[in-house]
Design a protein around this ligand. Structure first.
Ligand code: TMP
Length: 215
């Protein structure tokens, strides 16, 4: 059986990466074969692109250049990691995917959605996840959290940039309500974990432990 492609999306500071780790731990405990990965990045070459993308020296980079960088990373990641893992029946837990491009390059930088869709066709054939968890947090609260932890180029963007990013995410959700699960990320961490478990229960209930594991 083909695996499941699950993505985790939200503003920087929304806590999605912590929750992704928790889902991975639960799959591990149940013996379900899975892969944890992230974007931009996920392969040695894509990680190099990520490093370039997040460097402070890239501050003047144009939105379309950002678009090309993230899709270059994504295509390599898809070919080298995501598709083979899904074909082997594994669950792929991916921290960000194309929804982030619509939110950050589209909403944040003002790149036209039609251009993003064209790049997506070229790079991935418009590959969509089976399910996307969106960790919803008001941009003001996300900014407070980033002040404590954030360090990269995008973490330093303005509140108005993050308001546009948030609005673009909400537009994606409105356009594809069946794919998204909305998670209230302002709740305490344990409550968020319970909401995530509940949100994935249908999808994960169908999965069998990997009987070849440890063989
Ligand atoms: P991360 O901090 O969640 O790993 O993500 C890295 C940064 O890259 C984050 O600020 C969002 C940004 N990003 C984009 O701007 N476009 C994209 O397509 C992706 C995947 C991430």
């Amino acid at each position: 059986m083909a695996g499941r492609f699950i993505t985790f999306e939200g503003l920087d500071g929304s806590g999605k990466s912590t929750q992704l780790e928790r889902v991975a731990q639960r799959l591990e405990a149940r013996g379900v074969s899975h892969v944890v990965t992230r974007e931009p990045g996920g392969t040695p070459f894509a990680d190099l692109l990520r490093e370039l993308f997040l460097r402070r020296e890239a501050a003047q980079v144009d939105g379309v250049v950002e678009l090309m960088l993230v899709f270059a990373s994504r295509r390599q990641h898809l070919i080298e990691v995501i598709e083979p893992a899904l074909a082997s029946g594994a669950v792929v837990l991916c921290d960000r995917f194309t929804d982030s491009t619509y939110a950050y390059q589209g909403g944040g930088r003002g790149v036209q959605p039609e251009l993003i869709a064209k790049a997506d066709r070229l790079a991935t054939g418009c590959r969509a996840p089976d399910c996307t968890l969106f960790f919803d947090l008001p941009p003001e609260e996300a900014q407070r959290r980033r002040r404590r932890h954030g360090t990269d180029r995008i973490d330093r963007e303005s509140l108005s940039f993050y308001r546009r990013v948030h609005a673009a995410f909400r537009e994606r959700i409105a356009g594809e309500p069946d794919r998204f699960r909305l998670i209230d990320a302002s709740a305490p961490i344990e409550t968020v974990a319970e909401t995530v478990e509940e949100a994935l229960s249908d999808l994960l209930a169908q999965l069998q432990p990997d009987r070849s594991a440890g063989a």
